[in-house]
Design a protein around this ligand. Sequence first.
Ligand code: ATP
Ligand code: MG
Length: 489
Amino acid sequence: MRDWLAVRRAATPDTLALLDATTDDRRTYADLDDAVEEVAGKLQALGVNAGDAVGVVMETRPAYVELLWAVQRLGATLVPFNARLTPAELIDQRTTIDPAVLVTDRDHEETAVDAGGRTPVVSVDEPTLAETRWLDATTPQTVESVGVSLSDTAAVLFTSGTTGEPTAIRVTARNVLASAVASAFRLGVVPDDRWLLCLPMYHMGGLSIPIRTMVYGTTTVLHGEFDPGPILRTLRERSITGVSLVPTMLERLLDAGPVDDSLRFALVGGGPTSAELAQRALAAGVPIHPTYGMTETASQITTATPRDVEAAPDSVGRPLVGTDLAILDGAGSRLDRGEQGEIAVSGWTVSPGPVSESSRRTDEWFRTGDVGYRDEKGRLYVTGRASELIVTGGENVVPGDVRAAILAHPAVEDAAVVGLTDAEWGERVGALVVTTEPVSKGTLRSFLEERLAGFKLPRTVAFADALPRTHSGTVDREVVRDQLREAER
Ligand code: ATP
Ligand code: MG
């Protein structure tokens, strides 16, 4: 295929491609394509060739979107690193990838240089450190676009590291294109669409936004930092029609004030949206679309519509077109509707796998590691992760069930439920609980005894001001375990 941005420019050169809501910086597809051509020429002059990896350490900004397309124009692979990593963590990931260059900006230059090793570090801003080259000072070369092959690795993205170390996942051009098309069939596309990008581009949910609006010929509006007040203003003043959020962002938006009614969809995913939050959003007029997705499937697997939410507020809806779902038991056999097991996926959005492994077979189900079930209408419910399943005295406990019971207590704000190694029972249930006012362990226990079978009751309970989280904002279950063990001493 021809370079995607070149095709887009030929079709709609004057359409707004990018609008930075904070600086009012705007680019049409013709402007973006010109900028990308220049950046591609500069990267080439720095020695980037087809097949090379280009590492990026930045938060969301227009230059990030230029890099995305410049890297594709060169037939190279974009590798967005989590911009919040420490230099030591970044060294580990850089070593896994071995990029030809590391592109950064003023805010991340120090970390990039610290972690860069022998990799040249290039900044999109004027550098402050001697080790850094300035992209702007590089004289561009003429670029001969190599075109795009659907099996090319478009990007390598790291998973969030919720269950262990983050894994580097290959995402192909076919994966992102299939995802863009399938998403449009669920959400619809109209010519004046403006999709607000307030997520990091080093996670699939963020990176997919500028890719999709380019495929559709619509506009990405950037709002780098998430601050509910300014985001509400941007939604209103920039006539935003779509937005992608994680559940805590949605909660903070609803707390901050009314959401403008120009919004056609609010995709909410990355972690569980409680039925309560989904209903609250609907009541506030927010067209919420709870979504289940992951890095390994180039984002969305299932997306619920507001009508689904009305009928089943704790569901994540049905699979997107081109994605097939199965619920499997431990032996890999398909389970029936209503039965709980591991969620498995097949389709064009499924990645060929981590960079550390050879490509997976595409005729086999990809096992997500998540546990869930489907109702008679085919809607999916995600109940937790297979690795988080607690086996206590031979009984299986889904942490999500226990968490839901704890959250039902009016004074409980949040909770994390984990398995702790136990000499007698193999594992026992532990809960770290965040409350809005003091609650005694005894009161909580009596409350839970009415709702949970005896073997599901948390044996170890501790209270905290907030749950410990990973860089990606997911609950850091290892630290939860440590805190619970600490509390027992
Ligand atoms: P790692 O794979 O490194 O442990 P991770 O799985 O958190 O980290 P991501 O790919 O960013 O990395 O997140 C995908 C996971 O997030 C899914 O596998 C699922 O566990 C969880 N998730 C996403 N959306 C939802 C949702 N709507 N409800 C429940 N869980 C969700
Ligand atoms: Mg995962």
